[in-house]
Write a protein that binds this ligand. Structure first.
Ligand SMILES: [Zn+2]
Ligand SMILES: [Zn+2]
Length: 66
């Protein structure tokens, strides 16, 4: 019944675009979440997490936990 994720359940926002996270991707090992497209772009410029400034290993496929 409640299959379509409505409002309320997850209000996590992407620190890069400041909107609701779409296609969440988690960094390894800090597990901060960002939009897939946002962190992909970010990762081309910086190899540090936008939130904790930690080094991360971004791997498009296996960091997608969703
Ligand atoms: Zn974003
Ligand atoms: Zn982080």
């Amino acid at each position: 019944m409640n299959e379509m994720a409505g409002e309320g359940s997850s209000d996590s926002r992407c620190p890069i675009c400041l909107e609701r996270i779409r296609n969440v991707s988690y960094l390894n090992p800090c597990f901060h979440g960002f939009c897939f497209v946002c962190i992909q772009e970010w990762s081309e410029r910086k190899a540090e997490c936008p939130l904790c400034k930690g080094m991360y290993a971004f791997c498009a496929s296996y960091c997608m936990l969703k």
